[in-house]
Write a protein that binds this ligand. Sequence first.
Ligand code: NAP
Length: 248
Amino acid sequence: MNGAPVALVTGASRGIGAGIAEALARTGYGVAVNYLCDHRAAAAVVERIRAGGGVARAFQADVTSTSAAQALHEDVRRELGEVHALVLNATGPQPDVPLDDLDRKDLQDQLDHFVLGPLALVQAVVPAMRERRAGRIVFIGSEVVDLAPAHTAAYTAAKSAQAAMARVWARELAPHGITVNTVSPGFIPGDRHRDTPQAAIEDYTAQVPAGRLGTASDIGAAVAFLCSEAAAFIAGERLRVTGGHTIG
Ligand code: NAP
């Protein structure tokens, strides 16, 4: 690593995470591309970044496990250097379940991805950030926090808890030069929306004031801004990147 600041992006092998990794690399971050099982997809993101002159490396780890998250942080430190920016993006399947069918496991899974996994990673990166008196932590939230769609109780509850946690930690860490913020995307169809009916996508798009769906690079641009020097005085915000879908 040649002195570039390091960003660790969880769940960066595809979708929004890949867009974030590429955007951060374009602004000069060396990027740790975390993934769960799709090594080829992660390697392709790394290749794209390197082809553009950037620095990147893939790191397999299940970030819902505290010990794996801690080991991931150690691997990244060893291979790329101290983490300057942490982006908490990884997601597993999100249950579409009405109240009567919701069970504790649905909730636990979502809390593991969006609350408990992030806790381990934030605790791992913060000591060095505190010492440096600089750091960036960005959570990837969701517009469901504003919209509360039916059948999403587990996902919406976990994303809401995550948003609350981000604001609390923003207050705790701002005195140390570390900013904590959330970027909340609207609907951005990716691999896991393969079965979403075209009519549902069109209905959604018709409700977006900007008249189009968002892209992973829209989210990447917002995260790159929050991870830049220009955003040093922004703390505890939830930036909605929805083309106006969440205006109200
Ligand atoms: P995605 O395309 O399904 O990608 C998920 C990523 O997370 C993949 O890189 C996957 O790795 C990784 N992953 C899954 N479980 C993991 C684990 N336990 N440990 C480490 N990595 C893991 O997701 P996405 O749709 O881009 O969503 C990204 C974020 O944006 C999520 O936080 C989501 O809630 C939020 N969001 C998405 C939308 C949307 O419409 N897409 C809207 C609002 C908010 P593998 O490839 O190896 O499986």
